[in-house]
Design a protein around this ligand. Structure first.
Ligand code: HEC
Length: 465
């Protein structure tokens, strides 16, 4: 096996991008037009404090354009465009939550590795260490799991022992956010032993220049070798991109179908283009065939596996254990991370609508709502850099059963979302500053397992009285 590892600057940029709360072009805009009256930290002055301000984007834009001249709030309709005013609202949200976050940090950090959140006392135990950029974990019964590391290594963990790298897995382009990504076992693994992986596949072997695209294969692991490989999903070279970002993935198996996401690959307008595979959630049979009832088969040249479109960078996908609805976490632009429920044929709006702005604080659009475009069930401003999600199905934390857990990379947070009737009715932070949370999974022992980056480890949350 040859592994291509190229570390480029884009990787570093993407790691730090989500931490830019209160920075960039939007900060300048705020300082120039608003700070004199509303204070450096929104505390107010000539104008009121903005820390309690909560309005829809439409109301905010209308108000700031018109001002309230009698009361001393100038009209900005001439000086600022709608998209610029929208970035100022995102900035105000970022600054507002920065304060709340600082306080949460104090509440949740405990030196003895014990925590109290969401009604439970729990410990964090390291289960596996000595990994490099772990991305995904798939449990096979008790005390056995398959793990991927982004550089292109897959290992089996059994009874506490981590195997050598499995030989014979495909070559990956481990550049930027790409590499070996998701791993999952077939729902009937006991019978068929199929293991599915997703990774960034190259167009050619030119290590630095190769364009790439997300590819899915399945195979079997026998004596630490990868055998019987079958291609489940791949695209021709014309769809490959040179960028090192937004590969998406994660798998959900449902009724014989396989669902997975591909991010927009940094070409945001292609998320709206049905002839392109990027910026979409796909649905295929678990052997790779195209289902005859996929929603866009009648549209000329549409990519046949598309199930939904307008998805920026799907980083989490899971099935609600009771309703069977598929939920997705989408790594958004700055201030625009989302949770969506995924339904056949719908448009999730990226980049025509979004709650975010560019990482440098410049606008994308002022529009957060659009005709025939789905609203997220939840969004985070500021972004948490949302990643893997999991509906908790264990018994160790009974009060959390069927709640959705979402990991955050840059924020180093684990969030709990209570979902009722397809609405997010409560969110809270369960863990903070213990590492970048790449993925979340319910373990066979009922504990909550986290795939952490920095420190690179698999840990589990264990309740105690
Ligand atoms: C010259 C001083 C001044 C400047 C500059 C200014 N504001 Fe104001 N702003 C005010 C005052 C005074 C009020 C309160 C008006 C009122 O009571 O209706 C206000 C109110 C507001 C409110 C409503 C707050 C609430 O709680 O209802 C928002 C939102 C707001 N300003 C945003 C902005 C933004 C964004 C900018 C920069 C583009 C800005 N302001 C610049 C003076 C200012």
């Amino acid at each position: 096996m040859r592994i291509i590892i190229i570390y480029v600057l884009s990787c570093l940029i993407s790691i730090h991008a989500q931490n830019r709360i209160g920075t960039g072009a939007v900060k300048k805009l705020y300082q120039e037009h608003c700070m004199n009256c509303h204070g450096e930290n929104l505390e107010g002055g000539l104008g009121g404090s903005l820390t309690g301000y909560a309005e829809t984007s439409e109301n905010f834009i209308r108000y700031v354009k018109q001002g309230n001249i009698d009361m001393g709030m100038p009209a900005f309709g001439e000086a600022l465009s709608d998209p610029e005013i929208r970035t100022l609202q995102i900035y105000i949200e970022e600054m507002k939550h920065e304060k709340i976050r600082e306080n949460t940090k104090l509440l949740l950090t405990d030196k003895k590795n014990t925590f109290n959140a969401g009604g439970y006392n729990f410990r964090m135990e390291t289960v596996i260490s000595n990994l490099s950029n772990p991305w995904s974990i798939a449990f096979i019964g008790h005390e056995r799991a398959i793990l991927t590391e982004r550089s292109g290594i897959m290992r089996v963990w059994e009874n506490g022992v981590l195997s050598e790298a499995i030989s014979g897995i495909p070559e990956v382009i481990a550049r930027g956010q790409g590499g070996l990504l998701e791993v999952a076992i077939h729902p009937e693994y006991a019978k068929n032993k199929w293991v599915y992986i997703a990774y960034s596949a190259g167009s050619n072997m030119d290590e630095e220049k190769s364009a790439s695209m997300t590819k899915v294969v399945r195979g079997r692991i026998v004596n630490n070798h990868w055998l019987d490989e079958e291609v489940i999903f791949e695209t021709s070279d014309e769809f490959h991109h040179k960028s090192g970002v937004h590969f998406g993935t994660r798998f959900v198996f449902k009724n014989g179908f396989l669902y997975f996401g591909i991010g927009d690959r940094g070409a945001k307008e292609e998320a709206q283009d049905l002839t392109r595979p990027n910026g979409k959630i796909h649905r295929i049979h678990d052997d790779g065939r195209i289902p005859i009832d996929n929603p866009f088969l009648d549209i000329p040249n549409a990519f046949p596996s598309i199930w939904t479109y307008g998805n920026r960078n799907p980083q989490g996908l899971d099935l609600h254990p009771l309703t069977g609805v598929i939920y997705e976490s989408e790594h958004g632009p700055r201030g625009g991370d989302e949770i969506n429920s995924i339904e056949c044929g719908l448009n999730y709006g990226w980049p025509l609508i979004t709650y975010g702005m560019n990482y440098n604080g410049s606008p994308i659009t002022e529009k957060t709502v659009g005709d025939n475009m789905v609203q997220p069930l939840h969004y985070w401003t500021p972004s948490i850099a949302v990643c893997g999600i999991d509906f908790y199905e264990g018994d160790a934390f009974p009060a959390w059963k069927y709640d959705l857990f979402a990991g955050g990379l840059a924020s180093q947070e684990l969030h709990r979302l209570i979902i009722k009737n397809n609405k997010v009715v409560h969110t809270e932070i369960i863990l903070k500053n213990e590492g970048r949370v790449r993925d979340v999974a319910t373990g066979p022992d009922g504990m909550i397992y986290l795939v952490l980056n920095d420190p690179d480890a698999i840990v589990r949350l264990v309740p105690y009285e």
